[in-house]
Design a protein around this ligand. Structure first.
Ligand code: FE
Length: 211
């Protein structure tokens, strides 16, 4: 399962600890800029956090909210996710071959790239550090239920967990189940419930009570 053809143009981190050449250069540039007083490390962290958790995943959240609200859109998303996502204006590198996987009563999906860190940038932004880590990549395949429990996500025993391993081109977007108690909600309200992790499958949407 680890020998799939994987020729893509992002930084590979095959042992989970050693820096890639690009990462090493970024790290070196950062330390020079900090040393010279041009940037604040805290400001850089804030920018990265913005792309990881705020701007990036909000695109995916809009896709999910549309799918929850519009059955015809959900159907287009099932048939050709790349095109359906592009309808909302989200496309580009690492999002050329999108597949939407829908959670339902019987099945929960969780996404990994066992080989490196493939991630659907146009809809989720930058991948979180744990997504790229060797323990997540190896363990979620072997024992997804325990890994999800560590994220605080308990999947009922009678639900199948399907692990979607990103390949050379395919990037997955999990469409979580619409939370009960959201009848009549606008797409904008629904999007507020959609967390980044619920679109990777390591989490669930927020409950309407929490929102
Ligand atoms: Fe990869």
């Amino acid at each position: 399962m680890h020998d799939h053809h994987h020729p893509h143009d992002h930084d590979h981190d095959h042992n989970g600890s050693e820096l890639s050449p690009v990462e090493a250069r970024v790290r070196a540039l950062e330390s020079i800029l900090v040393e010279k007083g041009y940037v604040e490390p805290a400001a850089l962290d804030a920018i990265i956090d913005t792309y990881e958790t705020r701007i990036g995943p909000r695109n995916g959240a809009r896709v999910v909210a549309r799918a929850w609200s519009d059955p015809a859109y959900a159907q287009r998303l099932r048939e050709d996710a790349t095109a359906a996502i592009a309808e909302l204006g989200f496309s580009g590198r690492q999002g050329e071959h999108m597949v939407a996987v829908f959670n339902d009563r019987d099945t929960h999906h969780v996404v990994v790239c066992t080989l490196c860190s493939c991630y659907p940038w146009p809809v989720l932004g930058l991948p979180p550090v744990w997504y790229k880590s060797a323990p997540y990549r190896s363990r979620v395949v072997i024992d997804p239920r325990s890994v999800l429990a560590e994220f605080g996500t308990r999947v009922p025993a009678d639900k199948t967990i399907r692990v979607c391993d990103s390949t050379a081109e395919i990037r997955y977007l999990v469409i979580p189940e619409r939370p009960p108690g959201t009848e009549g909600w606008s797409e904008q309200q629904l999007a507020e419930l959609v967390t980044r992790d619920s679109m990777i499958g390591t989490g669930l949407p927020r409950s309407p009570q929490a929102a």
